[in-house]
Design a protein around this ligand. Structure first.
Ligand code: SF4
Ligand code: SF4
Length: 734
């Protein structure tokens, strides 16, 4: 079996290994491939147990339609995204570059091994059978090119891996700490997770190090053939060995030891992949290609054929969700940005995914080496058998802590979609009646009156009383714009001034608009995210009926939550509209001169509502508007799609927040208060107005930071005829 090529620029494959060693290597390789295939097959069987995810079109588009598309914040995955590791580098360039080097280094080294196998095990045999002499393409120019490419990529891999290892080992960021928020210290152990991380890095590094060492001692043993300079790293290392006195004979003996070490590490790593964290190497690319943010914007309706509501058991999850669990690399980016976790709530999106992974593995008999949490008793992710996933494996308090802000989905570099999974489990809790009494009350109000305030539906348009120009009823006369006002802007007395102000400005600008009066209901966005699907459908149907009775061209809304569901979820119910946010309308009116303004010369900061910026990409309109008003915008560190949630979303505004040590809104106000010379905290969502006005008071910043709706600034900047008194003062926040 041992082959030697007579001469030329090449190297022997099993140099110094001998016939028995070569045979043993082949046996070990067959065992390795078998173990890898069994592990991968078991994983695949797990995914096959999931329900259809409806991602065929997403994957096809990612593969075929937009393989080269690499937009800044794409909604769906693409081949380019996977190939460039763009999602990893998006919020951490250093890690992105290091991972890119490791990623492509690994692929190149793998391809190099495949090429060598093709030459050694196929071409040489086939040529011998057909032509009677052994032929090889692994010589001459090809070999030299092969050597320099693999050496270079090997060095890049070592550098990338070194960076990642140092970062993790020397000064690890807080997000890589695996301690849990909701478990007492000592109630669990995650040492195996840490060990799993280091095992992965160690095996990989070991393969690279022994690879270079083997190359270097081979060069020394062969007395520095000139062409081996095309393996520059190995050559330099060999010169180093020579300098410390390694003889050719000693190098030949060392080569055998190093060769076997390399072989064992490489084969061991291949076996390790499907049973460990290294599995992410196989599934993350697929998970990204199947990723679609629209699945979070527009939540899936419960499957028509399900015999229960929400997720209770493994069979309820889709294959994409099961793939999500294995795709998690424990990078902690979601954990870091989660407002619930930051505020001390018992929720970490990372731990939620890891718990579901461990539970799913337990259910399916999956074997994960390391990377498993240990507990003294069978609780949480260690539950098996009949335990319902929602409420037992994942505690109810964890599921209710989520604000559905989507920060986790946005931050995750491998396309994991936490929010739909959380909502599916909430549906199960709602079905079982496991919820906060205050939430229950809000849902009852919504069911009986169509608003969470519990006020009579007939009072919805009370806020319009006293307006100089009455607002048209779009059900009675045609209008260009239908203003979907939303619950908070309609019923909260602290916010009604802002609603009246907006109505006055629109009238002044000559905008043809109307409202639905008592025909409007809560749009249902947060009701759906609470998990009350039946109530969502009822509210949506009532709104659609009212909208069908009205005559309008386009909708604008004051409420980003309503915008999301009207724009993204109503189409599945047969109602498709063009929906704008009021800041988009205002910027148009200011820029067109319909609302003439003078510069305010204020230094302000602006808070991006999650449902506006992250969910719906409305980022520039409020900024352009502020610039048009002559405001100097000082950005908070967390801005645009990286905005920090106020804590109200996903129905949290209706729930008890005593689990929090610090409200997300308070955290946010402190972030704004730390900005230099900024006295105005500008919002563009009625719920934000409520949340941040309260937070400014509770944090003691209400004297220095004025929370105000952007409409107040427009009013303040408006150029009025000399006799006309100002509608209001900019310092009045509510
Ligand atoms: S949606 Fe927001 S609150 Fe919920 S888990 Fe993700 S980051 Fe945390
Ligand atoms: S879910 Fe995504 S962001 Fe969170 S730890 Fe896992 S890979 Fe990282």
């Amino acid at each position: 079996m041992r082959h030697t090529l007579a001469s030329g620029e090449t190297r022997q494959v099993f140099e110094g290994i001998g016939a028995v060693g070569t045979a043993a290597f082949y046996v070990l390789s067959i065992v390795t491939v078998a173990a890898f295939l069994i592990g991968s097959w078991r994983r695949t069987q797990k995914y096959r147990r999931g329900r259809p995810a409806g991602r065929g079109g997403t994957i096809r588009r990612a593969l075929l339609v937009s393989p080269l598309a690499l937009r800044r914040r794409p909604d769906t995955g693409s081949v380019a995204q996977v190939a460039t590791n763009a999602t990893i580098g998006r919020r951490n360039r250093g890690v992105g570059i290091a991972h890119f080097m490791v990623f492509w280094g690994f692929i190149t080294l793998f391809i190099g091994t495949v090429i060598l196998t093709i030459d050694f095990d196929i071409v040489r045999h086939v040529s011998k059978w057909f032509w009677g002499h052994e032929d090889s393409f692994f010589t001459g120019t090809f070999y030299l090119g092969y050597s320099v490419v693999l050496d270079t990529m090997g060095v890049a891999t070592v550098l990338g891996l070194t960076y990642l290892a140092l970062r993790r080992g020397v000064r690890p960021p807080a997000r890589l700490d695996y301690s849990r928020a909701e478990q007492p210290a000592g109630g669990y152990s995650r040492k195996a997770l840490v060990l799993g991380d280091w095992m992965f890095i160690g095996l990989f590094a070991g393969i690279l190090i022994t690879g270079f060492l083997g190359e270097a001692v081979r060069i020394v043993a062969n007395k520095f053939p000139e062409f081996e300079i095309w393996s520059p790293a190995g050559w330099l290392l060999a010169r180093g060995f020579e300098a410390v006195g390694l003889s050719a004979g000693a190098a030949a003996t060392t080569h055998t030891v190093v060769w076997w070490s390399h072989a064992f590490l490489a084969l061991g790593f291949v076996i390790y992949i499907p049973y460990s964290k290294a599995m992410h190497m196989l599934v993350d690319g697929v998970n990204l290609l199947a990723h679609d943010k629209n699945a979070t914007r527009a939540l899936p309706a419960p499957p028509a054929d399900a015999d229960h509501i929400g997720y209770r058991e493994l069979a309820d999850f889709t294959w994409k969700e099961l793939l999500d669990f294995d795709a998690c690399t424990k990078c902690g980016r979601c954990h870091e940005v989660c407002p619930a976790r930051t505020g001390g709530a018992p929720l970490s999106p990372r731990d939620l995914i890891l718990d579901l992974r461990q539970w799913a593995d337990l259910q399916t008999g999956g074997k994960t080496l390391l990377d498993r949490e240990q507990r003294p008793d069978a609780t949480g992710p260690l539950q098996n058998g009949q335990a319902a996933v929602a409420g037992t494996v994942i505690p109810a308090k964890t599921l209710w802590s989520c604000t559905t802000c989507m920060a986790c989905v946005e931050a995750c570099p491998v396309g994991i979609e936490h929010v739909p999974t959380i909502v599916q489990m909430r549906r199960s809790l709602v079905d079982a009646g496991t919820m906060d009494p205050t939430l229950q009350q809000a849902l009852q109000n919504l069911a009986s009156q169509g608003n969470s305030f519990g006020k009579s539906a007939r009072m919805r348009a009370r806020w319009t009383k006293g307006l100089e120009t009455p607002i048209k009823d779009a059900r009675k006369e045609p209008v260009k714009y239908l203003w979907f006002v939303g619950d908070y802007a309609s019923f909260d007395e602290r916010l009604q001034d802002n609603s009246r102000l907006l109505a006055t400005l629109l009238t002044k600008a000559g905008v043809d608009f109307g409202i639905l009066y008592e025909g409007e209901r809560n749009a249902g966005n947060d009701v759906r995210r609470v998990g009350e699907e039946g109530l969502f459908e009822m509210l949506a149907e009532q709104n659609i009926k009212s909208l069908e009775a009205a005559q309008f061209e386009e909708i604008f809304t004051t409420d980003p939550h309503s915008l999301n569901t009207l724009r993204n979820e109503y189409p599945a119910l047969g109602a498709t509209y063009k929906v704008w946010h009021y800041t988009e309308l205002l910027v148009h009116l200011v820029e067109s001169g319909a609302l003439p303004v003078k510069p305010l010369n204020l230094r302000v900061t602006y808070h991006d509502p999650c449902y506006l910026s992250r969910y719906n990409g409305v980022i520039e309109a409020p900024r352009t508007l502020l610039a048009a008003l002559g405001c100097e915008l000082v950005e908070m560190p967390r801005n645009k799609t990286n905005s920090f949630c106020c804590g109200a979303g996903g129905g949290r505004i209706w729930m008890d927040d005593s689990v929090l040590s610090e409200r997300p809104s308070e955290n946010r106000i402190k972030e704004a208060a730390a900005l230099e010379d900024v006295g105005h905290f500008v919002v563009s969502c009625p719920k934000d107005m409520t949340m941040y006005s309260d937070a400014a008071k509770t944090t003691g910043h209400d004297g220095t930071l004025t929370v105000l709706d952007i409409v107040r600034l427009v009013d303040q900047a408006l150029v009025r005829p000399p006799a006309e008194p100002a509608t209001d003062d900019v310092a009045v926040p509510v």
